[in-house]
Design a protein around this ligand. Structure first.
Ligand code: A3P
Length: 346
């Protein structure tokens, strides 16, 4: 009898213990997200608009992620949208490029900020004639739901190099903020090549070596007809944009530094967007297996970028690298001069 009572007591203690541990874990999890619940100071913004001085809502990032995700996926009723005061807003800032500069990492990292809502997909509204013909309302409907005080950001790296895009964006919003993330031009070109090569290999197709594409076999000079080379002549593209927008509307992100030291780069973007500083070292942790910084939303939610980001580059003949670096050098100098940002590229 005594033995039975002891077993019963032990079982009860076990249940109570589990409940206590469970509650403790839940509380710890809540505290992890509570740091995102702090009120956000007014966004005194150069963007203009009626909501400038309004307080941003007291929402946890977890809430933002979960709820907005559901809305984005269309799992919501009109009443819910209305109840939460959610709207689909045109972007106030666009990451216009550069392809392989780290555009995805930049967008995802900015999305850690409670006042930022990202358009997850590349929309290709301004660079694709068919999409552009669908009109601005089509574009707006592609945007995620957000609170009026938040800002929407989209990224489509093809915008930077597409002829018609600056004028089209200007027509939508002449005071929009434009983000350009760049990497050392030769590395970027090799990264660009690597992506195309992977696509070919997936389709069991053969492809030229990088050296063969980047260097004209007849002249032995850099092949400026090769798209991966042309895209890396940043100043040429930027000059087209400057016909429409003043340089103050652009912010240059150092994509090489975003890889090794993301926080200071993100803090510069927060400043440029007139956002209160909210992204902290807590939100970024180095993942040794991936070899990159990953994102931490709270103690439960974290994520690294997909495996398609951070591919291993093929080995390239050092003499070709030297030739390319020499070729890009004068364009880089001009880029530093125009943007006022000197990057230590060779
Ligand atoms: P590589 O694949 O050449 O390494 P984009 O998103 O514009 O296509 O850029 C891809 C590049 O983002 C990758 O190029 C990678 O180096 C860089 N990158 C920057 N930060 C990263 C991060 N935290 N995780 C993964 N890739 C990152």
């Amino acid at each position: 009898m005594l033995f039975k009572q002891q077993v019963w007591l032990r079982q009860k203690l076990l249940v109570l213990g589990s409940l206590a541990v469970g509650s403790l874990l839940y509380l710890v999890a809540r505290v992890g997200s509570l740091d995102r619940l702090q009120p956000i100071c007014p966004v005194e913004s150069r963007f203009g608009g009626a909501h400038n001085q309004a307080e941003l809502p007291l929402r946890a990032l977890q809430f933002k992620r979960g709820l907005l995700h559901e809305f984005r996926k269309g799992n919501s009723s009109k009443e819910q949208v209305h109840l939460h005061d959610l709207v689909q807003q045109l972007p106030k800032a666009i990451i216009i490029g550069v392809r392989k500069g780290g555009t995805r990492a930049l967008l995802e990292m900015l999305n850690l900020h409670p006042a930022v809502v990202k358009a997850s997909q590349e929309i290709h509204f301004f660079d694709n004639d068919e999409n552009y013909a669908k009109g601005i309302e089509w574009y707006r409907k592609k945007m995620p739901f957000s609170y009026p005080q938040q800002i929407t950001i989209e990224k489509s790296p093809a915008y930077f190099i597409t002829e018609e895009v600056p004028e089209r964006i200007y027509k939508m919003n002449s005071s929009i903020k434009l983000l350009i993330i760049v990497r050392e031009p030769t590395t970027r070109a090799i990264s660009d090549y690597t992506q195309v090569l992977e696509g070919k290999e997936r389709k069991n197709k053969t492809y030229y070596k990088f050296e063969k594409l980047a260097i004209d076999p007849n002249t032995c000079e850099v092949n400026t007809k090769y798209k991966a080379v042309r895209t890396s002549i940043y100043t040429k593209h930027l000059e087209r944009w400057l016909k429409y927008f003043p340089i103050e509307q652009f912010h240059i992100v150092d994509g090489d530094r975003l890889i090794t030291e993301p926080l200071p780069e993100l803090q510069l973007v927060e400043k440029f967007l007139n956002l209160p500083p909210r992204i902290s070292q807590y939100n970024l942790y180095f993942n040794a297996t991936r070899g990159f910084y990953c994102l931490r939303f709270n103690i439960i939610f974290n994520k690294c970028l997909a495996g398609s980001k951070g591919r291993i580059h093929p080995e390239v003949d050092p003499s070709v690298i030297t030739k390319l670096r020499k070729f890009f050098h004068p364009f880089n100098q001009k880029f530093y001069q125009i943007t006022g940002r000197t990057l230590n590229w060779p």
